[in-house]
Design a protein around this ligand. Structure first.
Ligand SMILES: [Zn+2]
Length: 302
């Protein structure tokens, strides 16, 4: 028997047998209301992105490693692929309170599974406010014929535990470990590393609802630009999967000798900019506040 059958997708809990049940096509659960705090003021952020700014710091993340950088509120920072395609696993914390950190799932609901310009990366409960707003994206919501899109909140970082589970090997350069090493000097640990935004990475869900990844489309001139809504600690990992053009992590001999896995691995950059006329450009910007929920989850006092 040839061709793909449902049995081929036995590892999926979902089959592609679908019906509309004569219902109308559902619309997005969350969508912009005029004046909503959830969505960026496009005129403000367009102005902000176009305003003159000065490069104040530049950091290089070596291939198959991680770095962490403090980013002051009101800065603009760019994630870059200075030597060509390389996927980037991004974690973000409130610099002053690392319990407040990026929440991929809520961001996926409020915006979309893949994010781009004017989308915001939201923090977890009980905070729920933007950590950053995306101000430019040279890959600009690129998507391919199979439905893959770029900058993904669907997946998470690669980690040594799932690798051990699958391969039986102990490999140390996964994004989870790269991010862990990067944040240790800031007093954080493995437990602070969280679900990432996979920047520069093309992913999607196939007809069986299964996650797929495709080769990174970034060139050396591409960047993903964000406005810091708060004082931040930002960590990135240059994934040992490199540009994802090969399958593997480059730590076993087959990878190194056969597919030249490490040749697919390149550095990443973080460039931090300060707006030249910050007061003028940001005169209509309001620092995001935590949500003012006054209830107590239904708990009653004595
Ligand atoms: Zn990775």
């Amino acid at each position: 028997m040839t061709g793909t059958t449902i049995d081929d997708a036995a590892s999926s809990s979902q089959t592609p047998i679908k019906t509309t049940y004569n219902l109308n096509k559902p619309r997005a659960a969350y969508y912009p209301h005029p004046g909503s705090k959830i969505y960026a003021n496009k005129s403000l952020y367009s102005k902000l992105a176009a305003s003159p700014k000065t490069l104040i710091e530049s950091h290089l993340c070596q291939p198959r490693s991680g770095i962490a950088v403090k980013i002051p509120a009101k800065s603009i920072f760019r994630l870059t692929t200075p030597q060509g395609p390389q996927v980037c696993d991004l974690n973000i914390w409130n610099l002053h309170n690392p319990r407040e950190r990026f929440w991929a799932a809520r961001t996926r609901q409020l915006h979309s599974a893949h994010v781009s310009t004017f989308d915001r990366l939201w923090s977890n409960l009980p905070y729920l406010r933007p950590l950053v707003t995306i101000t430019a994206d040279t890959l600009s919501a690129r998507h391919d014929e199979w439905g893959g899109r770029v900058h993904d909140t669907l997946g998470t970082r690669c980690d040594p535990y799932v690798d051990k589970l699958i391969s039986g090997e102990d490999n140390d350069l996964h994004c989870h470990s790269n991010l862990t090493r990067a944040v240790l000097p800031y007093g954080l640990t493995e437990f602070d590393v969280h679900d990432v935004l996979n920047v520069f990475q093309v992913t999607g869900l196939n007809e069986y609802d299964q996650y797929f990844m495709e080769a990174c489309p970034a060139s050396k001139d591409d960047y993903f630009e964000l406005f810091a809504e708060q004082d931040l600690l930002v960590a990135i990992s240059a994934c040992p999967g490199g540009d994802l053009s090969q399958w593997g992590w480059g730590e076993d001999s087959d990878d190194l000798q056969g597919s030249k896995m490490v040749d697919c691995c390149r550095p990443l950059g973080i460039e931090v900019y300060k707006l030249n006329d910050e007061d003028e450009v940001l005169k209509d910007w309001i620092a995001p506040e935590v949500v003012n929920y006054r209830g107590n989850h239904g708990l009653k006092g004595p």
